[in-house]
Design a protein around this ligand. Structure first.
Ligand code: ADP
Ligand code: MG
Length: 758
């Protein structure tokens, strides 16, 4: 049985309508142990013959038998398998991977050895055998021609294939080196079939066992020069078909080899890799920005609750729109099983910059958008303590406010809410852009704040009448809405800052009494959203103090001209007196939204209009559809942005690809499976993703640890970080996929059509 038989092989090149004969009617048979020298004029078809034998070029006529098996029906994967199993190719132009070291080049051919140590040992042994031991760590680009060709020979040996093909292996070497290389080739391939194409027959004369002359694509002569010892043992059992188990093993091996290859490619071109990493970092920051934008943009379409959504909250209104009485509310709570109630719940739905603090560094007042709450507990990790007095509050704020309110102890303890001065007793910070902060009062404090809020929302003016007790003469002072509520004012006392008022009081000889009138124009901003005006007058009689000022901090006093200060109890009385008559809604609280939903029908049975706060935004099905479309749109936008980024990065990195093209052809000609190269490329890209990955983590840490950073870079949810990582992977996959398609689209065809041997 011959190792390799060519029967009537013909190869015709067709290009631009011209057919060129590569080889024709070639009948040859080769065995192990032969050293075949092929000579012939340039263009006679020597390279074509080798390419056909190597399976890198197809043939149109005849049949090529390998170990007596025909090959004409082979498709690309079978040829790949064929090359992997039988062929080592040595080219004139060396074809080693310049960026790899000698060791890496040789190890590339030893991929079928799973054990890394064994692989390395074998590679070193082979390198020693071709006399390159001192250059193990030398890069391919720094080797001389002879050294390169030795590396190629070591690599050919590493494959341990039965056939070694060499196309003018010494064509670029001086004659002394050429001799050495031929000698080495012969020495290392005694038990193999070695076919060498050469211009210079003299060089091989002493070693060749057979000489074939090619002329015009056909065999002109075929001389056996020496006796050929055919080594014993045949490769029949080797060609036994691989069973399933081996296939699985092969798969694992391909993956492992791909990973190793990817790492080698990455480290062997440090400059390119740095460039790639840089691109990836840019890309990742791009994704970060896009994700941030999409997150923000989604907020634009956020649900607009008619009422603040509070888990378990139900808002009730009487069918006829009349005000609910306290008695009715408590009866309703009992019947429906509500946990608690708030009669005057308007403050729950306030939604603008409510807290005001004085920023020392900017020397101006800053507002924070918070939601008012009471008696709420935030668990561990709080700074300070919870409030116990009506004028104390606890703040639940975004982490960006940590520098303002303190990390370990409270820095700013004075804030104001609608001219109501409050003391901060505790703070807790959170990382979230999508929720609103909270200001938590005691129950009494909440009541006061509600009253202040109510009066300030429903334009309330205050006037003071000074009545002379004897004559009954009344002097009016109108102060508009320039009054403040302060816990520092003694209960039952009124302070008037206005100098003209003080002057008037001082100069009166009669005994005076004072009357305070609050006048409110109120419009109903309840469930029905109607607008009605109610005029309301409330009078107080009390002592005036002209000799002292209460401790009302200049912060509130300084900004507007405030003329009158009253104790909160006055305001509560005024406000609740109005609300008692006009405020037509109330809130009931249940365990959670589910319990709230369950209670709705009972409340309606009682004759109330009742809505849970979670449904007050999505009752319209069109709205719900719109929200879905919007988030879908955002998702698509996100993906498009990523693909665009991938496209951009791909453009930038096409140089990386170009540099890899020839290496790729070499690997392919060595019979390294496409799969391995593919995995290698993916791995290389994934590695270059690592710095980008680290960048994102660093940014995340920065955002989490540096509160002020949060003002510029929004806090993202963990799932959004997950989205960024997914984006990075899509990006990488996309770029790699495109690169691979480009590479394989060109160079596979090229190498299969003999391009690799050009
Ligand atoms: P040699 O290696 O002996 O110099 P080749 O095998 O390279 O000769 O070429 C044999 C013939 O085939 C030449 O006429 C050459 O022009 C032609 N040929 C080789 N490769 C191609 C190709 N890829 N496309 C078209 N013609 C080709
Ligand atoms: Mg040639």
């Amino acid at each position: 049985m011959a190792l390799l038989t060519l029967k009537d092989i013909g190869k015709i090149y067709v290009s631009e309508g011209n057919a060129t004969v590569g080889i024709r009617g070639v009948n040859l048979s080769f065995d192990k142990g032969e050293f075949v020298a092929i000579t012939g004029k340039s263009g006679s078809g020597k390279s074509t013959l080798l390419n056909v034998i190597s399976g890198m070029d197809s043939y149109e006529e005849g049949e090529l038998y390998i170990e007596d098996q025909p090959t004409s029906h082979y498709l690309q994967p079978e040829w790949e398998e064929y090359r992997k199993k039988y062929i080592s190719f040595i080219f004139q132009d060396y074809n080693i991977i310049d960026s790899f070291t000698v060791l890496q080049n040789v190890e590339l051919a030893l991929m079928n050895i799973d054990d890394k140590k064994v692989r390395r040992a074998r590679a070193l042994e082979l390198i020693d055998r071709v006399g390159l031991s001192p250059f193990v760590k030398q890069k391919g680009s720094k080797l001389s021609g002879g050294q390169k060709q030795r590396t190629v020979i070591a690599r050919a040996l590493a494959k341990d294939s039965p056939i070694i093909l060499a196309d003018e292996p010494t064509g670029n070497l001086d004659s002394a080196t050429s001799k050495e290389i031929i000698e080495l080739l012969r020495e290392v391939s005694k038990d193999k079939l070695l076919i060498v194409v050469t211009h210079n027959f003299e060089q091989v004369e002493d070693y060749a066992t057979r000489h074939i002359r090619i002329f015009d694509g056909a065999v002109e002569s075929d001389h056996v020069m020496k006796h050929t010892e055919t080594p014993s043992g045949d490769g029949k059992e080797q060609s036994a078909k691989t069973d399933k188990k081996d296939k699985k093993k092969e798969k694992i091996r391909n993956i492992k080899n791909g990973i190793t290859l990817g790492r080698t490619i990455f480290t062997s071109k440090p400059k390119l890799s740095v460039f790639l990493c840089f691109l990836m970092i840019i890309g990742t920051l791009g994704i970060f920005m896009i994700t941030t934008f999409c997150g923000d943009a989604t907020d634009m379409f956020d649900k607009h609750y008619m009422f603040s959504h509070i888990d378990g909250r139900v808002v009730v209104v009487k069918q006829n729109g009349e005000a609910i009485t306290d008695a009715e509310l408590s009866a309703l709570a009992e019947k429906s099983g509500a946990k608690s109630t708030i009669h005057y719940d308007l403050l729950l739905d306030e939604s603008y910059g409510s807290v005001q603090y004085y920023d020392e560094s900017k020397r101006e007042y800053e507002n924070i958008d918070v939601q008012c709450a009471y008696n709420e507990n935030f668990g561990d990790g709080i700074v300070g303590s919870y409030p116990t007095e009506a004028n104390e509050v606890f703040l639940y704020l975004p982490i960006a406010y940590q520098p303002v309110f303190g990390k370990d102890s409270i820095i700013t303890d004075k804030i104001s809410f609608k001219s109501l001065q409050l003391k901060v007793t505790g703070v807790k910070y959170y990382y979230d852009n999508n929720i609103r902060g909270k200001m938590v009062f005691t129950e009494e404090g909440f009541r006061v704040a509600t009253a202040v809020d109510y009066l300030s929302n429903n334009y309330t003016t205050l006037s003071v009448a000074v009545i002379s007790k004897d004559s009954g003469y009344t002097m009016h002072f109108d102060y508009g809405n320039y009054f403040i509520t302060s816990f520092n004012v003694e209960n039952g006392k009124i302070y008037i800052f206005d100098e003209s008022f003080r002057e008037y009081v001082r100069t009166q000889e009669e005994e005076l009494s004072i009357q305070l009138s609050f006048n409110t124009s109120k419009y109903k901003d309840d469930y029905y959203g109607g607008y009605t005006t109610v005029d309301f007058l409330k009078t107080f009689t009390g002592d005036i103090l002209t000799d002292t000022y209460p401790d009302v901090s200049s912060e509130t006093n300084g900004m507007y001209v405030k003329n009158v200060a009253v104790h909160p109890s006055v305001i509560v009385e005024v406000a609740e007196d109005i609300m008692k008559q006009c405020y037509s809604q109330a809130s009931l609280f249940f365990e959670n939204d589910k319990a709230a939903h369950n209670a709705i029908s009972a409340l309606r049975d009682e004759g109330y209009v009742a809505v849970t706060s979670d449904t007050t935004c999505s009752q319209d099905p069109l709205d719900a559809i719109l929200t879905i479309i919007q988030s879908l749109f955002m998702g698509i936008l996100w993906i498009l942005a990523i693909l665009f980024l991938a496209f951009f990065i791909n453009l930038c990195s096409s140089r990386v690809l170009g540099a890899f093209k020839s290496d790729m052809a070499i690997m392919r000609s060595m019979g390294i499976p496409v799969k391995v190269v593919r995995i290698g490329m993916y791995v290389r890209m994934l590695i270059s993703l690592v710095p980008a990955f680290i960048t994102v983590i660093a940014v995340a840490i920065l955002i989490f640890t540096t509160p002020t950073f949060n003002k510029f870079f929004v806090y993202l949810y963990p799932w959004q970080y997950a989205v960024i990582f997914v984006g990075m992977i899509i990006l990488t996959a996309r770029i790699t996929h495109k690169q691979i398609r480009k590479l394989f689209g060109e160079s596979v065809k090229k190498s299969l059509k003999g391009g690799a041997a050009e």
